[in-house]
Write a protein that binds this ligand. Structure first.
Ligand SMILES: Cc1cc2nc3c(=O)[nH]c(=O)nc-3n(C[C@H](O)[C@H](O)[C@H](O)COP(=O)(O)OP(=O)(O)OC[C@H]3O[C@@H](n4cnc5c(N)ncnc54)[C@H](O)[C@@H]3O)c2cc1C
Length: 435
């Protein structure tokens, strides 16, 4: 009898966890074959991405090879270029040439993640950096280091200001964490430059909303705001970018901020491939699924993680938030649901209440909301490091992270520029030449 083909598209938090769970719970079955197709052969541990940006951890410390976790799953590294959800086929491009292959699934699971959304503001998109991938973090760090180098030699006051000012748009958790990390990186690195005073460095955090961190407890958000201000991060709320060019941005209340470094963290949308799928989506473009994560109108096709809109029955059907925490739990449930359907049983809804959130503000300070408990300051930061150290997969990564942190403690953070991402990818090259 031909084996049932389970194909997972996307090897991030949810895709990897699904494959691992299937390996665990479907062990005695030899009638199914699981294939995971993903662009990269590693899992990026995004909670530590700002640590890479800040020069606290090396790029290699925050990625784990997928093959180290997969013993029985067939892993294929390839860029998925087309998915026919009705026919359940997946077409991918091989890593080193333009040849494509097509796979046929009995059960197709989409876990393609998300990308930055600029809401159609193409001018900003061309100028801005983002913080979603390892390349993004390296590229921005390199750019900031190059800006310091140039500022050290620059005599024109406005040009100097633009080089030493970073604008971060979006005061959700990524924007807040990035603003803190950039401030720490720039202030520390600036000490090595004879012509730059640390107080010349400006980090400006901008958001259209009237408050920062809308998803956490109001008292913690206020604490975070006070901390950011105390550490010199300028806050502009209730404002958006009206105009942007390579040397400055203009805010909606008329303020002009000279800057050569614009980081956009004001919006995410499901992966571009998701937009092309022939199935129902919500207004963000996320795949609409049942609480079981099945696509109602296409039996055998499922979606989870950031690319899916999964109604949370514990919260009046509002969709689950796009977090790694949710993505991994969804994957575990989806694995059981696929096996249930293969046995001819009914799949069950995904029900989960968030355990909480950590937001790092820089300088060993964080806020944490864990169930009904609230923490702030050094204790929250210590908890954050401990919890995520436990969570980062594989002992080898844990050891690398601990040794990275220890070396930083002893010798300070790394503030050298590396060329790698400029050489790696075409789009990165385009962006870097603009800065
Ligand atoms: C800076 C940052 C910090 C974060 N911090 C936290 C945190 O502290 N806690 C938390 O819970 N969440 C955090 N998140 C959110 C978390 O990373 C996401 O919610 C989570 O990664 C979603 O998992 P996923 O499996 O849906 O997508 P992903 O983990 O993004 O995986 C998607 C996978 O699909 C692959 N893929 C996409 N398109 C293609 C294609 N065309 N072909 C082949 N492969 C493709 C990608 O390469 C990737 O491997 C953070 C995110 C960021 C950006």
């Amino acid at each position: 009898m031909a084996k049932k083909q389970i194909i997972i598209v996307g090897g991030g938090f949810s895709g990897l966890k699904l494959a691992q769970t299937l390996e665990k719970i479907a062990v005695p079955r030899d009638d199914i074959e699981v294939t995971l197709v993903s662009r990269d052969n590693f899992l990026l541990f995004t909670p530590f991405l700002t640590e890479t940006l800040a020069g606290m951890l090396d790029e290699g410390d925050v990625v784990s090879p997928l093959r180290a976790f997969l013993k029985k799953t067939r892993f294929i590294m390839g860029e998925v270029t087309a998915i026919d959800v009705k026919a359940k086929t997946v077409t991918y491009r091989r890593p080193l040439n333009d040849e494509t292959e097509t796979l046929q699934a009995d059960h197709l699971i989409l876990s393609l993640g998300s990308t930055s959304s600029f809401f159609g503001q193409t001018e900003i998109e061309k100028l801005a950096f983002t913080l979603k991938s390892l390349d993004d973090a390296s590229l921005l760090r390199n750019h900031l280091m190059a800006a310091l180098e140039q500022a050290n030699e620059e005599t024109d006051t406005t040009a100097r200001q633009a080089l030493l000012t970073v604008a971060v748009v979006g005061a959700g958790y990524t924007g807040v964490e990035a603003a803190g990390a950039i401030r720490d990186l720039m202030k520390d690195a600036a000490r090595a430059y004879s012509q730059i005073r640390p107080d010349e460095i400006r980090v400006v955090l901008i958001d259209m909303a009237e408050k920062i961190l809308p998803t956490i407890d109001a008292s913690l958000a206020k604490y975070a705001l006070r901390q950011l201000k105390k550490r010199g991060i300028e806050i502009r709320l209730g404002q958006k970018i009206e105009n942007a060019n390579e040397n400055a941005i203009t805010l909606s209340k008329g303020e002009i901020i000279p800057t050569r470094s614009l980081l956009w963290s004001a919006g995410v949308m499901p992966s571009p491939l998701t937009q092309m799928l022939d199935c129902r989506k919500d207004r963000r473009g996320a795949i609409l699924v049942e609480p079981t994560m099945a696509i109602k109108e296409i039996p055998g096709v499922w979606a989870m993680g950031d690319c899916a809109s999964i109604p949370n029955l514990l919260e009046e059907g509002r969709p689950y938030k796009g977090t790694a925490q949710n993505a991994e739990r969804e994957a575990k449930k989806l694995a059981r649901n696929v096996l249930a359907v293969l046995r001819g049983e009914e799949p069950q809804p995904f029900l989960f209440r968030s355990l909480g959130e950590f937001i790092v503000l820089g300088d060993h300070v964080a806020v944490a909301q864990i169930k009904w408990l609230r923490f702030s300051g050094f204790l929250a930061w210590f908890l954050w490091r401990t919890v995520y150290l436990v969570k980062i997969p594989h002992w080898s990564r844990k050891a690398r992270v601990v040794s990275g942190w220890t070396l930083d403690l002893l010798f300070g953070r790394s503030s050298v520029e590396t060329e790698t991402p400029r050489l790696l990818r075409g789009h990165v090259l385009d962006r870097s030449t603009k800065s």
